[in-house]
Design a protein around this ligand. Structure first.
Ligand code: MG
Length: 416
């Protein structure tokens, strides 16, 4: 047991940040909403609101029924982002290996930075105190310390709010496994519980002691991960931002039709943006930069990269950024290849998770993704792609598209 992994999770984060910013809200039931209309969703509720049963996902209408005097505020992502930055700055004083897991959660690899559990406990208390002192007295967090990433998160998930839990031995782990519901474990939802019950696994201790070969036979690879997590075996470890993030995501396409037809080119560009955007969104990322270009018939071309003022996320945002970069420069010569790539990738910061988008356009785009996930690519798509014809969907050759950065880095820059 030589590893020390710390997981930190801010409590009622968005609501606490609002209460921190406005002392009038402190100690009162507060709901942070996607938007304030009756159908708007609560995306974070203060601990006082939680006590009344007003949870995340509750509509504004319902929240008012439960407690008419509830204070509802519209979310302000910039405020949460800047607060997170301050918190993560404090965390970076303790280790250089930090995995930002969400806007209000992080894993810290303390291995090599502390020698024993007591030191770890001291650091947890210090971090909690520093967040209150340096960022805001109303900001509380839960922390878990153990020897694997899973156990650290499990510990902070099950401990009391504004406190911490150390899982520092197999005996303590087994004792806790015997007491908590299996669905409290990170990654085990009701559906998995049904599968596990069928195997005779009713709590985490059963899972720990189950023969690994049998669980793998029943559940495949996921079965192994479950078993390993319950046995204190590290399956993933900490991955820092640099290790997780791809450098860029992009697609290029050599066109069967060499043309100056802007409508056709816009259609192709939209499709490349959609392919790029889908991959960006699947990975929960947004982009601060765009890189796009084209080749012309009889040689020559144009490639340019640009930083964008607000992060790219939707297909439309990517398309517009690429179009701005390219279409003004198009000479009256046929285009043979188009390329789009998003760069300077970062984890999505202005939403809770992929299902609670705070921005209507982003939300619509994610809804389209879900439809295409379920019913197949291009079940629903932007009208600009219209007219590429059905053949384009199958035969356009996107499967052959490549990561354009690698390719274009070697491409000699030929301005026109
Ligand atoms: Mg939290």
């Amino acid at each position: 047991m030589s590893n020390f992994i710390l997981h930190l999770d801010m409590n009622s984060y968005f609501a606490s940040v609002e209460q921190q910013a406005n002392s009038f809200l402190r100690g009162k039931p507060v709901g942070v909403c996607a938007y304030l209309a009756p159908r708007g969703c609560i995306i974070a509720s203060s601990k006082e609101a939680k006590k009344l049963g007003i949870k995340v996902g509750c509509t504004v209408e319902k929240a008012k029924q439960i407690y008419p005097k509830i204070i509802l505020v519209e979310n302000e992502p910039a405020k949460y982002r800047s607060t997170t930055k301050k918190i993560f700055n404090i965390l970076s004083d303790y280790t250089d290996r930090i995995e930002p897991y969400s806007i209000d959660e992080a894993f810290l690899d303390m291995t090599g930075h502390i020698k024993n559990w007591q030191q770890g406990e001291k650091i947890i208390l210090e971090i909690k105190a520093r967040i209150k002192k340096e960022v805001g007295e109303w900001l509380a967090c839960s922390a878990g310390l153990s020897w694997t990433r899973f156990l650290a998160k499990f510990a902070s998930d099950i401990c009391e709010k504004d406190s911490y839990l150390l899982i520092d031995s197999i005996a303590k782990m087994e004792d806790i496994f015997n007491r908590v519901k299996i669905t409290e474990a990170w990654g085990i939802k009701e559906r998995m519980q049904v599968h596990l019950n069928r195997l005779g696994i009713f709590n985490l201790l059963d899972l720990k002691n189950f023969p690994v070969a049998n669980i793998m036979q029943a559940l495949g690879k996921p079965g192994y991960y479950l078993w390993a997590n319950a046995n204190g075996v590290e399956v993933q470890g900490i991955r820092t931002q640099e290790e997780i993030l791809p450098k860029s995501i992009g697609h290029s396409y050599c066109m069967p039709r060499h043309t100056t037809d802007l409508k056709y080119l816009a259609g192709i560009l939209m499709k490349l943006s959609e392919k790029t955007g889908r991959r960006l969104r699947i990975q929960g990322l947004e982009a601060r930069g765009i890189y796009a270009g084209y080749w012309l018939k009889y040689g020559g071309g144009f490639f340019k990269s640009k930083k964008v003022p607000s992060a790219l996320f939707t297909t439309e945002e990517i398309f517009k950024a690429a179009q701005n970069l390219l279409f003004k420069t198009l000479p009256p010569r046929a285009v043979t290849m188009l390329a789009v790539s998003v760069t300077q990738l970062q984890p999505l910061t202005n939403q809770l998770d992929l299902f609670y988008s705070l921005d209507k356009k982003r939300f619509a785009c994610q809804a389209m993704d879900k439809i295409n996930d379920k019913f197949g690519e291009y079940t629903i798509f932007n009208g600009t792609m219209w007219g590429l014809g059905d053949q384009a969907h199958d035969r356009i050759g996107f499967r052959k598209s490549v990561e354009i950065m690698d390719k274009l880095d070697r491409f000699s820059y030929e301005p026109i």
